[in-house]
Design a binder for this molecule. Sequence first.
Ligand code: CP
Length: 309
Amino acid sequence: MRLKRKDILAIEELDRDELEMILSSAQSFKEVSERDIKKVPTLRGRTIINLFYEPSTRTRTAFEIAGKRMSADVINISASVSSVKKGETLKDTAKNLEAMRPDCIVVRHCSAGTAHMLAGLLSCSVINAGDGAHEHPTQALLDIFTIRERLGRVEGLKVLIVGDILHSRVARSNIWGLRNLGAEVTVCGPPTMIPPHIERLGCSVAYHVDDAIADADVIMMLRIQLERQRATLFPSLREYARCWGLSAERLKKAKKDVLIMHPGPVNRGVELSPEVVDGPWSVILEQVTNGVAVRMALFYLLLGDIKED
Ligand code: CP
């Protein structure tokens, strides 16, 4: 098995078979990280470049660990310490990196469409590690993997996504992926943070968090993205936490075995109270663990020497 595509740019572009293939491959790779010696030779001789124009802890590290556990050579480039600072364009940076013959470039950028632009420009594989408010495909894959691992299925589940839907690439990727796999998705947040016509993606909209959580099997809380907001979309962080944040008290209205997810980084005390972040409902650190397995699967399915069926 191999993905019949060069790049991973958006969940919107993946069909159900491709999603299933990635998730089942990630299941196999998860075991590698449980071993004493966490290394397989699958990508020996391959070169992966992580090109990050925005800050990252989880995504960049998980891509690096995934590549290294598969024996690839992994190079990390942060725009803040590269020749971008001397005025080099993204296109020139990418072409210069390609001249050193990498097999894959993983890119994160603040502008939507960056990964698509690079994929058209470069002959190596490109993986989107987050492009502006557009998509964060590997985050959605690890989220869906975590849901499936915990609850045994995705089909028929009710997933509630709460927060800054307007600026969230995580929300967009999850809506595409979860809908494709048969989940019911509802988004909820301040009206100023719900994009017009979001229902066209196949989700419904709720404006009262207390009503919406009662029905959910999974609640995915989103980070308030102050860096992407051009205007104040809510009165204060305290007000946001009171109206939209998840506390243990508010969770009394939810199902007992509800899963609480967050892509990170968490603004403790804003989207989630500390007792919810660290409580029994939270699978936030499992999401991070699963992020390595999902990225290993993607490298394998894009770059591995796999015999065609
Ligand atoms: N979830 C996520 O993208 O986290 P980082 O910004 O730390 O990569």
